[in-house]
Design a protein around this ligand. Structure first.
Ligand code: SAM
Length: 292
């Protein structure tokens, strides 16, 4: 099914010159929501947490947090369990959103805002992040509003600022955070595609197609690898139909195994993959399997 998502930002926005010191990118709609990014919070505090545990400077950036600071606060809460001294910096290209977040958060109890700050910045990770190397960067529902041709430049700009071993999560999800897809990007390029769905109301795995990361969403057409992946996942789901009476979790577990057994490079070992992740409605494959 081709995904019709169109970009709000004209193509080439990241290739054109910008004024000295201006953040890299363009302000877009600020839609966000409470708990919308919980699937990525959980991943970053789990499979994604290795580099944070080891980091000399435990700096994490929530890039493009939107009209409310809520996702940044939730990310900080999740990551404090991994690194109590984590610093989570919400960066926004829209200065009014950054100012408002600072104001809102200053009214919270010290424990809730511990290690959390906000500032103005774009894909160059400037503002309060300038001169530092974040170990994790989450950009959720940011690139989906750009043209697909701008994705490599955005990944490159963030990638070159990452700490050694650092990761960028380029995420797309629905309004309630029930369907999500993200690219796990290292400085050297994308490494994994992670799909994450709420199993309780899943009809078919390919429903996640509308929430593929920008780099893939337009490639979900017959003949392209990501379309073949979703078709294979649906087929594995169909084969696992006899497990439906035991609930969607058992069916999803069998589907992930089926996809792997069909020869797809499914990550099947902890921490990135395997039954513990699959039980959460997640499956991760090597990016090379979906790269066009
Ligand atoms: C749809 S909101 C997403 C909010 C939140 N991350 C979420 O997923 O719920 C996208 C936000 O990204 C911001 N944005 C767009 N391009 C950006 C860039 N290059 N750097 C920082 N923020 C950016 C927009 O101003 C907007 O507030």
């Amino acid at each position: 099914m081709p995904a019709p998502s169109s970009a709000a930002v004209p193509a080439g926005a990241l290739r054109r010159g910008r004024g000295a010191g201006a953040p890299l990118g363009v302000a877009t709609r600020g839609t966000t929501g409470v708990d919308r990014l919980r699937r990525t919070d959980r991943w970053l505090a789990g499979p994604g947490a290795g580099a944070l545990r080891a980091a000399e400077d435990p700096l994490v950036v929530d890039l493009g947090f939107g009209a409310s600071p809520v996702t940044t606060l939730h990310l900080a809460r999740a990551l404090r369990r991994v690194r109590p001294d984590v610093e989570v910096l919400g960066l926004e290209i829209d200065p009014a959103r950054a100012a408002r977040a600072t104001e809102v958060v200053s009214a919270l109890a010290p424990e809730q805002r511990r290690g959390v700050a906000f500032g103005v910045g774009g894909f160059e990770l400037g503002g309060p992040a300038a001169g530092r190397r974040p170990v994790l960067v989450r950009a959720a529902n940011v690139l989906r509003q750009y043209d697909v041709a701008d994705v490599p430049a955005a990944w490159g700009a963030v990638g070159e600022r990452l700490a050694p071993g650092g990761l960028l999560l380029d995420v797309t999800c629905d309004e309630l955070g029930r369907r999500a897809g993200w690219a796990v990007v290292e400085r050297s390029g994308p490494q994994q595609l992670v799909l994450s769905v709420r199993l309780a109301d899943l009809g078919r795995p390919s429903e996640v197609a509308e929430r593929l990361p920008k780099a893939l969403i337009h490639a979900n057409v017959p003949g392209q690898p990501v379309h073949a992946l979703l078709t294979a996942l649906d087929a594995a789901w169909d084969r696992a139909a006899p497990l439906a009476p035991w609930g969607p979790r058992q069916r999803w577990l069998a589907s992930c195994r089926g996809l792997r057994d069909d020869g797809w490079p499914v990550l099947d070992r902890a921490p990135a993959g395997g039954p513990r992740r699959w039980r959460l409605g997640e499956v991760a494959v090597r990016w090379s399997a979906v790269a066009g």
